[in-house]
Design a protein around this ligand. Sequence first.
Ligand SMILES: C[S@@+](CC[C@H](N)C(=O)[O-])C[C@H]1O[C@@H](n2cnc3c(N)ncnc32)[C@H](O)[C@@H]1O
Length: 333
Amino acid sequence: MAKYPKVNYIGNKEKLVNWIIEEMPVKKGTVLDIFAGGCSVSYALKANGYSVISNDILYADYVIAKAMIENEDKILGLSVFDKKADEARVRELTDKFSFLSERLYYREEVQELGKLAAVSEQLKDNEKYLFLALMRRAMIRKLPYSRMNVPWNQIQKLRDEDYSYKKYKRKRAYHNQSFESHMRENFEEYNAAVFQGQDCKAYHCDAFEMTKKIDHVDVVYMDPPYPSTMNNYDAFYGLFDEMFDKKKQHTDFTRKADFLDNMDRLIQKLVGKTGYVVLSQNTRIRPEPEEIEVMLTKYGRVEIKRKKYNYQVTGKENKNSSKELLFILEMGI
Ligand SMILES: C[S@@+](CC[C@H](N)C(=O)[O-])C[C@H]1O[C@@H](n2cnc3c(N)ncnc32)[C@H](O)[C@@H]1O
């Protein structure tokens, strides 16, 4: 059985996917995962025999969707690391990536990124995306807190293994390993995660744009950035998009003030295009779940499923556990 690999995605649904799959209102058919992120839900849907359309506004996530959801059979050979990259192209890309220097990584590390990106350009289709998905994971693994918006002075401090040991009793030497060594470590796992599904597709669109690309699906699963939580995905991963000139403007779902209004407009666009909308939220969000329920009720019959979920904060169990919610909207009833 294929297994979802290590992706390190903030707000991922890895621990909840079995429950989400159980609660899916149809047991087969096509599901559009419209805010797919690290693709944990898309992957579980694919593994359970659904035809999956996986979409996200970030290129950093699109490469995962291409590699793990759309990809049916392309895997990488270890010889990919022996490929000779054109030296002029490596210099060009290293220059292009210089905005990451002393912002996320040391200068010589940015040069390694230049080389890896030049190698990726020699690969075709889903092999390229598999390589880029490994590269994304290596970039995140090297960053303290696994995100791209930690200030450089803090990154430097946390990458100092003696400091980290004194302060946290952990050296976190993996921050100082090369990108390639991380990619090699995850190589088998990523290859093993590739399997043939039921005609799955990946998209890199704003959610509104995505609604125009479908005629009809059985379910639209929505896991948007939860309002009033740590939800700035552009800041967490967007520098990857900038490296490859893939940054896109998009509707902002992170603000509490117009979240409900944006969701309302989005669901309006799906009238006649889906049998169900399944929306993930939790009990901590503002606007309150009751307000969301009222908005959804305009479009059909709503059922709410609750699951207890203990939020992990810096490795400790937070006592104020929140409940994860699934709103299941049957359209037009
Ligand atoms: C909570 S995360 C999804 C996590 C995902 N279910 C997983 O398991 O990894 C929300 C996602 O919405 C995406 N997003 C935010 N605004 C968007 C928009 N306007 N259109 C499409 N995707 C968007 C973010 O990039 C982020 O990946």
